[in-house]
Write a protein that binds this ligand. Sequence first.
Ligand SMILES: O=P(O)(O)OC[C@H]1O[C@@H](O)[C@H](O)[C@@H](O)[C@@H]1O
Length: 277
Amino acid sequence: MAATSVVVLDRGNNTTCTINLHGATVVSWRVNNQEQLFVSKQAVFDGKKAIRGGIPFVFPQFGPWTFGPQHGFARIVRWNLEKAPERLASGDVEAIFSIMDTDFTRSMWNYQFRLTYRLILREKELHFNIAVFNPNKELTFSFNMLLHTYFKVPDVRRCQITGLQGCTFVDKTRDGAVYQEARDIVTIGEWTDRVYQNTPQEHIITNVVSGRKMRIQKYNFPDTVLWNPWADQAKGMADFGDDEYPNMVCVESGHVSSPVILIPGTAFEASQILQVM
Ligand SMILES: O=P(O)(O)OC[C@H]1O[C@@H](O)[C@H](O)[C@@H](O)[C@@H]1O
């Protein structure tokens, strides 16, 4: 069996979305033949390591983890294809992916769970609907979740990001010091690793591929992580080219600064819409 395998949603007009079952990582989103996501040339596809780029799925932990790998296990396990790509009456294409607990996941996180991930590819949009169910009889569990989206950009220094003004953020490049964002438009010109809290439902990033704008809409994802490793940090990552940092920006919708607490028999739902404007 191949170490990794992919599922393609094809809407026609050279508009496609490719999902690698390793981590249910979205590894490509093309709109009219234009790639919107960054994947490193050094990315490793060995069915073990997390894929460097696209949209890795972070769950049940964000960041370093005492009981397992950084950013949890969802991005390094093979997902099931619950529903193969199917064209809807609207012409949009849908596919559903899922994981549930295994011996491997229980060795780090000893709960039964079920996670479904539904993707819908529209003309200029990609929709993500996520549901986590707690089937345990008595155990409440808590988790973080985040869509670690790597946007492809011609030059990150020219991107402007809206929707962060007034938000409190934890700056991981300054030992987790907490600040408040003063700027209505945020730009990036150095190593950036920030967890913005209680952000609004919408962000716009300017100057993505072909000078267009990207709209991010999120529901039940209170936080937004902004990340670019810049030159020095890039050198420290084996699966990221030294000169690639100008061509990506991670703007990540998540529930990370506080955990989701899920009591038995209930579900948590969250969603995101990406739109090329
Ligand atoms: O190298 P990883 O595990 O994919 O993580 C990449 C980055 O992911 C970001 O979301 C984190 O805020 C960063 O701290 C981290 O460096």
